[in-house]
Design a protein around this ligand. Sequence first.
Ligand SMILES: NC(=O)C1=CN([C@@H]2O[C@H](COP(=O)(O)OP(=O)(O)OC[C@H]3O[C@@H](n4cnc5c(N)ncnc54)[C@H](OP(=O)(O)O)[C@@H]3O)[C@@H](O)[C@H]2O)C=CC1
Ligand SMILES: C[C@H]1O[C@H](OP(=O)(O)OP(=O)(O)OC[C@H]2O[C@@H](n3cnc4c(=O)[nH]c(N)nc43)[C@H](O)[C@@H]2O)[C@@H](O)[C@@H](O)C1=O
Length: 348
Amino acid sequence: MNKNSKIYIAGHRGLVGSALLENLQQKGYTNIVTRTHKELDLTNQSKVAEFFKSEEPEYVFLAAAKVGGIVANNVYRGDFIYANMMIQNNVIHQSYKHNVKKLLFLGSTCIYPKNAPQPMKEDYLLTDTLEYTNEPYAIAKIAGIKMCESYNLQYGTNFISVMPTNLYGPNDNFDLEKSHVLPALIRKIHLAKLLHENQYDEVLSDTGFSSIEEAKTYLSSFGVSDSGVEIWGSGKPRREFLWSKDMADACVFIMENRDFKDTFSEGSKEIRNTHINIGTGEDISIKELAETIKTIIGFEGELHYNTNKPDGTLRKLTDVSKLKALGWTYKMNLENGIKEMYDWYRNK
Ligand SMILES: NC(=O)C1=CN([C@@H]2O[C@H](COP(=O)(O)OP(=O)(O)OC[C@H]3O[C@@H](n4cnc5c(N)ncnc54)[C@H](OP(=O)(O)O)[C@@H]3O)[C@@H](O)[C@H]2O)C=CC1
Ligand SMILES: C[C@H]1O[C@H](OP(=O)(O)OP(=O)(O)OC[C@H]2O[C@@H](n3cnc4c(=O)[nH]c(N)nc43)[C@H](O)[C@@H]2O)[C@@H](O)[C@@H](O)C1=O
């Protein structure tokens, strides 16, 4: 990529897309193309074709997807498989049709088997059964990896797939039902603290209700009260968290330094598992995460574990040796990241 190459970021207002936009701008890239979801629905095949015909981007970051936490994935199973397959099929296929020089497809580490050995290497893909709660989303992501690989092998395209661990950062989704654990716990614990301190104006402005009784009823349906906060599951699962700006930096690094042809040895008969894991290689339990957030926010109430909610995969620690060997490693430690995210949330 050179500094005036035409770069399309799909999903530029999301958690990763917004960090990608910032990273590219900071590095001096000047010719970035974006469309909001409203301006261009990426599930619409003919609109996506029209967009590629009129813009002819040279590089594509595919960070648009239907994304959500464990419960959203489990409940809206049809939406997750449909939207993700449509978005990636349209963007990857049009990138091929319009001779895009390089595309980066974002998958997820939920593509690996539920009981994969830890840490999870790229080669563990398709070796066993997936976690049930996010099977439709994971199947869509696996199809995306295989589509990139297959187009590269058949048509000579240069499409690379990266598998990020759980991400967090500015512009995350804080919806109490659909978000991931880290933003959900920041918001729930923050609101419980506000209730405990009778800071009702702030509770109303956060939740959008006009009466505190309504706000309390709504929050209690998510296990949030002035004395405690519900944590889904047993607290035992372990997760690895990567700051979204580190994720964006890794994506730009890979886009700048890696081609599909670098991902396999010449003469290989079967070319597969060419994707690259992106993570920190370190994980913590949900209980430890909840306690850390509680301390950072300064809430003194109880944390209750609701085992009627799913735990999901017990552990999904990424093996990041491939990424490290390329020369990239993360910068933000988890505690500082949570502090920055909490500041961002309060000031947004
Ligand atoms: N967040 C995480 O922990 C992880 C994310 N990933 C992957 O990283 C990528 C980015 O995720 P993240 O930034 O968290 O997601 P977000 O939900 O924050 O952002 C997704 C973006 O995609 C856009 N989008 C969704 N549907 C459409 C559509 N039909 N047409 C056009 N735009 C659409 C959204 O626009 P709008 O908001 O307007 O709908 C939004 O800008 C995804 O591929 C995701 O699967 C992988 C592992 C972990
Ligand atoms: C990125 C990743 O995200 C999803 O998988 P997940 O890692 O299970 O994501 P999660 O962040 O929602 O949960 C992590 C853990 O945390 C527990 N947990 C506690 N309390 C809350 C809570 O309040 N909200 C949420 N969401 N989880 C909670 C929860 O029960 C689970 O044990 C998939 O979509 C998957 O497809 C994917 O790619």
